[in-house]
Write a protein that binds this ligand. Structure first.
Ligand code: IPM
Ligand code: MG
Length: 357
């Protein structure tokens, strides 16, 4: 098959990690007889520098015309003090919204060979950890009304968290579809003891599951307690469904439990098959251009694209197995380096994974 992939390299380590993922996809193409065409578009800080906007129109049209999108990362010190419309993050939020990608799936998995990289005590993680965070991505406080006013000590600013039943139901459906193939358990995270929007969230997820997926057990957990439980007993989690902002925060925490944020990928989808696939980590400007960044998260993001957008399960598994085997053999980038293992740079890591496919 032929697939057109839009590549948004972004800033910092973005171009290096995308190039690692492309190398692996090309190898998949050779092995399984697919043709991947890559077209690069600007986003984030590099787009601000070139076109004075973090999300040029050509990027949006290019993504909407593609079969799927691979994204590196956006942001960097250089643009940290720019006005809000000229910030790299605006490009990322803008493309999520423009493609209507309301469902963000962030699996935090602890690889067997990396158990000792977890900052948690071995007895807490030895039986494996796989927390699949289903984060609502186009609503909530990220996109609610906001404003500011006043001056001096009277200056004020506000953001609003708002969710509709429609938005909660459609993300819950995604969580249910995942849970049905797994433990049939969902933990829904909210702050219903304080927030009105969370009370609607809680009521809606239960009503929806009871009506459409009665075999699924839905438990509620307050977000503060969830933050604690993730480090206390991470093995209790399977599928977690939550709002945009809670998902943002908890996915970084869950990622760290697995040892390296450099290992975790995410998929963002809407109603169609065209998605946006990216690592969970950021653009790491401090290590950009040194070829030390771990490309595995982006490689796994590319694998998720094959599975979730193109329905290529075998190709997904081939990448996952290649990553597992390279780790088993002791190859490590700096972020996951352990005593007695072989340190490799980012491009070598991608090469090793590609070779094993
Ligand atoms: C993420 C990031 C983004 C977010 C930022 C860069 C806007 O933290 O994808 O988790 O908050 O969604
Ligand atoms: Mg985040």
């Amino acid at each position: 098959m032929k697939y057109n992939i839009a590549v948004l390299d972004g800033d910092g380590i973005g171009p290096e990690i995308c190039s690692g993922a492309i190398k692996v996809l090309e190898r998949i193409g050779e092995k399984f007889g697919h043709q991947f065409n890559f077209t690069h578009y600007l986003i984030g800080g590099s787009a601000i520098d070139a076109c004075d906007t973090p999300l040029p129109v050509e990027t949006v049209t290019g993504c909407l015309a593609s079969d799927s999108v691979l994204l590196g990362a956006v942001g960097g010190y250089k643009w940290d003090n720019m006005p809000v419309d000229k910030r790299p993050e605006k490009g990322l939020l803008g493309i999520r919204k423009a493609m209507e990608l309301y469902s963000n799936i962030r699996p935090a998995k602890l690889w067997k060979s990396l158990v000792s990289a977890s900052p948690l005590r071995p007895d807490l993680v030895k039986d494996g950890v796989e927390i699949i965070i289903v984060r609502e991505l186009t609503g909530g406080i990220y996109f609610g009304e906001r404003g500011k006013g006043g001056e001096g000590k009277d200056a004020f600013a506000w953001d609003t968290e708002k969710y509709s039943v429609y938005e909660i139901e459609r993300i819950m459906k995604i969580a249910c579809e995942l849970a049905i193939k797994r433990s049939k358990r969902i933990i829904s995270v909210d702050k219903a003891n304080v927030l009105e929007s969370s009370r609607l969230w809680r009521k809606t997820v239960h009503e929806y599951a009871e009506l459409h997926y009665p075999e699924i057990q839905v438990e509620d957990m307050l977000v503060d307690n969830t933050a604690m439980q993730i480090v206390k007993n991470p093995a209790q989690f399977d599928v977690v469904v939550t709002s945009n902002i809670f998902g943002d925060i908890l996915s970084d925490e869950a990622a760290q439990v697995t040892g390296s944020i450099g290992m975790l990928a995410s998929s963002s989808l809407g109603d169609g098959t065209r998605g946006l696939y990216e690592p969970i980590h950021g653009s790491a400007p401090d290590i950009a251009g040194k070829d030390i960044a771990n490309p595995i998260a982006t490689i796994l993001a590319a694998a998720m694209m094959l599975r979730d957008s193109f329905g290529l399960q075998r190709e997904y598994s081939a990448i996952e197995a290649a990553v597992g085997s390279v780790l088993e053999d002791g190859y490590r980038t700096a972020d996951i380096m352990q005593e007695g293992k072989t340190r490799v740079n980012g491009s070598r890591m991608a090469q090793l994974i590609a070779e094993r496919i």
